[in-house]
Write a protein that binds this ligand. Sequence first.
Ligand SMILES: Cc1cc2nc3c(=O)[nH]c(=O)nc-3n(C[C@H](O)[C@H](O)[C@H](O)COP(=O)(O)OP(=O)(O)OC[C@H]3O[C@@H](n4cnc5c(N)ncnc54)[C@H](O)[C@@H]3O)c2cc1C
Length: 159
Amino acid sequence: MIQALPVPEAHRARRGHLCVTPTLQLPDFPEVFAGGDCATNTENPLPPTAQVAYQEGAAIARNLKAIAEGNAPSPAQVHLRGSLLKLGLSESAADLFDRFEIKGKVGHLIRQATYLELLPTPVHNFKVTSEWFIDNVFHHFGSSIHLAAAKVGSQEASE
Ligand SMILES: Cc1cc2nc3c(=O)[nH]c(=O)nc-3n(C[C@H](O)[C@H](O)[C@H](O)COP(=O)(O)OP(=O)(O)OC[C@H]3O[C@@H](n4cnc5c(N)ncnc54)[C@H](O)[C@@H]3O)c2cc1C
């Protein structure tokens, strides 16, 4: 759909992405706004991540409201909160605001808390929390069973 739009090559970034102004408007069609993965503000390119898409979506909504009320649209302000990387079942690396790096189990807790904070409703929170809890219980349970089976196996081999 993005490729089929009548946007000239001069206003396309790599892989056919749409170039947008700081207010997230298409230069050739100012009545059209674009944000997220399909759009690039060449003055301030941002990584194609969900946190950017969410904030640009909100900025577009604010600008549409401003135009409807007869005001000028404002440049989108996107604040990068950092990166979270899962390392195994219970360890993660958290890079907060490009300033602090926290690894291991504390990093994992920060990652989980961030995901919970971003979920839209308490029902989603409950579903995700119970799935994490079940995963953890079965992981520890599963590891204990494997360990016990390995011990029995090595005892039998030595007898
Ligand atoms: C495997 C993977 C893992 C990722 N992990 C992370 C992560 O951990 N953290 C993070 O921040 N970001 C992550 N991302 C990136 C993140 O998913 C994107 O940056 C974000 O989803 C961009 O949002 P968007 O609304 O721009 O596009 P999308 O979320 O891709 O939404 C585009 C929507 O348009 C719809 N669509 C497409 N074509 C048409 C059409 N012709 N007509 C109508 N609708 C159409 C699609 O179905 C889709 O719903 C990941 C991406 C991938 C692929």
